[in-house]
Design a protein around this ligand. Structure first.
Ligand code: ADP
Ligand code: MG
Length: 342
């Protein structure tokens, strides 16, 4: 596309000096994006032509998702470029994981105020690390000038008919979540000064926000085991609301079974920790249901090397809403959840 302003991206140094020669879009793509991630045999044509050519294995379905990150909206303006690169791919890999699919290819649409070389180098390092960790190849994209916005599309595949959908939960299924929900939201609260704390706990929680680890391998192991699955990007309550909404069922969660990390508990207290887990976001954990008859399959998946911690937090019920039960009676869910109840 011809840019409306007709201006090439001007190139500036980190200190703002602008005597640097303007860098062409082609040179920029060649230097920073042409070889990100792994090279794959199923990429017939990658970065450089008008479009990429990709080979989906026979008897498989193509799985595609896209997410946009806007500075100031999805990450603080102070976020390091390598963390933005990592996150932009990680949040999409989490969607691929929630489908039970194998990721393979990504495209990157990058809108930048200026072609700051140091920023681009750092961004591409973060993106590359996440791409290599999951055998993803960057096969194309678009680069334009404007307010910092990063859009990443990830494509992958899975054997036809085996995708994990949100809509498969049945009454009586057990409800599980991976990892330690709430940690990332508390990490963001620490970064933004809404929560205080120092030392190792602070470091651990901030790291959870800065470097989300999508549960890609575990998602694939849940094929044939989970009846429904969603990734937790907006807090347990809201994402559970989406799963039960799609399935036409209700759910009960037991407050005592919520996996709250020691760091979260120490800095936020019991009530605060629960609120971060239920109403926070940015966890990129998997929330899924398993019929009781498939519990052995889940145990096998969990026993596989590298699988995340996984906790049963409740079960699927008749009706439509979410109940959070405790020994002292029902607890209220953080504001926003009831949007999904009937
Ligand atoms: P067109 O004008 O046909 O869209 P571009 O000049 O925008 O072509 O892009 C040239 C090539 O570089 C294309 O293969 C495109 O997919 C790739 N590309 C552009 N920007 C990026 C980016 N940020 N990351 C990866 N590939 C990119
Ligand atoms: Mg283009």
């Amino acid at each position: 596309m011809v840019c409306l302003t007709g201006q090439p991206l001007s190139c500036v140094r980190a200190n703002g000096a602008s005597e640097f020669p303007a860098v062409g879009e082609f040179e920029l793509i060649e230097r920073f994006f042409a070889r990100l991630g792994v090279s794959r045999a199923d990429v017939t044509l990658g970065v450089g032509d008008d479009a990429a050519l990709l080979v989906v294995p026979p008897q498989h379905e193509l799985v595609a998702c896209v997410d946009t990150l806007v500075q100031g909206l999805h990450f603080p303006a102070t976020t390091r470029a390598d963390d933005i690169g990592w996150r932009s791919l990680a949040v999409n890999l989490s969607d691929i994981a929630a489908m039970g699919a194998t990721p393979a290819w990504a495209t990157l649409a990058l809108t930048l105020p200026t072609a700051d070389e140091e920023w681009l180098e750092s961004f591409s390092l973060g993106f590359d690390a996440m791409a290599k960790a999951h055998q993803v190849s960057l096969v194309g994209g678009d680069t334009t000038q404007g307010p910092l916005t990063v859009t990443v599309q990830v494509m992958g595949f899975l054997p036809s008919g085996t995708a994990l959908r949100r809509s498969g939960a049945q009454v009586g299924d057990l409800l599980y979540v991976t990892g330690w929900p709430g940690d990332a939201a508390a990490g963001l609260a620490l970064i933004e000064g809404r929560l205080s704390g120092q030392g190792a706990y602070r470091g651990a929680l901030e790291h959870k926000f800065r470097r989300p680890e999508p549960r890609v391998a575990f998602g694939q192991r849940l094929r044939g085991v989970a009846s429904a699955c969603v990734d937790v990007s907006d807090g347990l309550a809201q994402d559970l609301g989406r799963l039960i909404g799609a399935s036409g069922v209700g759910a009960v969660m037991r407050a005592s079974e919520l996996p709250l990390s020691q760091a979260l508990f120490a800095l936020a207290g019991e009530r605060g920790a629960r609120d971060f887990a239920l109403g926070g976001g940015d966890d990129y954990e998997l929330l899924f249901t398993v019929p009781p008859s498939r519990r052995a399959g889940l145990a096998r998946a969990m026993a596989t090397a590298g699988s995340p911690a996984c906790h049963c937090i409740g079960e699927i019920t008749e009706g439509r809403g979410i109940r959070l039960v405790s020994a002292a009676g029902d607890l209220s869910l953080p504001a926003g959840w009831d949007h999904f109840s009937v």
